[in-house]
Design a binder for this molecule. Structure first.
Ligand code: ADP
Ligand code: ADP
Length: 238
């Protein structure tokens, strides 16, 4: 679990400035919620924290993002490696649908350690699924396809896949907005537990959710149509 320090970051899509002048310090082992109106750049900004923004054509940034003091955008830093240390969970659960539950958990971890032994892999699968509060539900069907799980289970599988690579940071982009209330509650509980091991940033539209799961709330806003989003407040969640 590591700190995130953003210094005067501007985020662009080609010439379009989507997010302007964000500076923010995020403590290790905390949950920060990003809140704000649609289009103010929450998702765009979130994607700069693991260099996913650059995957989009024209996507680039100015400024610095330090994880535990190391600049993600420093010279020689490999964005592919960055993405393996900063896990991400998306709005739509996206397990590899035809791949088994077991292989889904291992999909990222195997990229880091291509020669993992069978017993190490088994241990990692169990540990990651337990960490995602999914083990008891799937332990008897690890070889069944990930796509056969319910939406809420699929999202916890994606969280298991993300934590299997031992990331420092977990980014979550509206992880509950495609889920029913009970699955949402399960993910919220899980976030509160994961906070002990990871620095977590969650984008949410839901103020109640922000107050349930987060320690800090970052409010973003846009001054008007065509204007960039800005961070306007960053406070303890009340
Ligand atoms: P939010 O997550 O707060 O709803 P977004 O980060 O999705 O906001 O969008 C911020 C701004 O960037 C919006 O003006 C949006 O239209 C623009 N934008 C988002 N994705 C792209 C893209 N792929 N290309 C160009 N502009 C984009
Ligand atoms: P489908 O049969 O519906 O395409 P798959 O599970 O075969 O589903 O794969 C879904 C997507 O994930 C594909 O784009 C595939 O290239 C990609 N994919 C499959 N296996 C891996 C893997 N081990 N690591 C990364 N990406 C993978």
């Amino acid at each position: 679990s590591k700190s995130i320090e953003v210094q005067d970051l501007n985020v662009y899509y080609s010439d379009f400035l989507a997010v302007e002048g964000v500076s923010i310090d995020i403590e290790p082992r905390s949950v920060t919620a990003f809140i704000g109106p649609s289009g103010c750049g929450k998702s765009t900004f979130l994607r700069t924290l693991n260099r996913m923004h650059e995957v989009i054509p024209g996507g680039h940034v100015k400024g610095r993002v330090l994880i535990d003091g190391d600049d993600l955008y420093g010279p020689g830093v490999d964005p592919v490696l960055v993405r393996r240390h900063v896990g991400m969970v998306f709005q739509r659960p996206n397990p590899f649908p035809t791949m088994s539950i077991r292989e889904n958990v291992l999909a990222g971890a195997k990229l880091n350690d291509k020669r993992m032994s069978k017993s190490d892999a088994d241990g990692l699968v169990e540990k990651s699924l337990k960490g995602a509060n999914l083990w008891n539900e799937v332990k008897d069907r690890l070889d069944k396809p990930g796509g056969g799980l319910s939406g809420g289970q699929q999202q916890r599988l994606c969280i298991a896949r993300a934590i299997a690579v031992s990331p420092d940071v977990l980014l979550m982009d509206e992880p509950c907005s495609a889920l029913d209330p009970i699955s949402t509650f399960a993910i919220e509980e899980l976030i509160s537990e994961l906070k002990n091991d990871y620095t977590i940033v969650i984008v949410t539209h839901n103020m109640q959710q922000a107050s349930r799961v987060s320690d800090k709330t970052a409010f973003f806003n846009i001054a008007g149509t065509g204007k960039p989003g800005r961070l306007i407040e960053y406070n303890d969640t009340s």
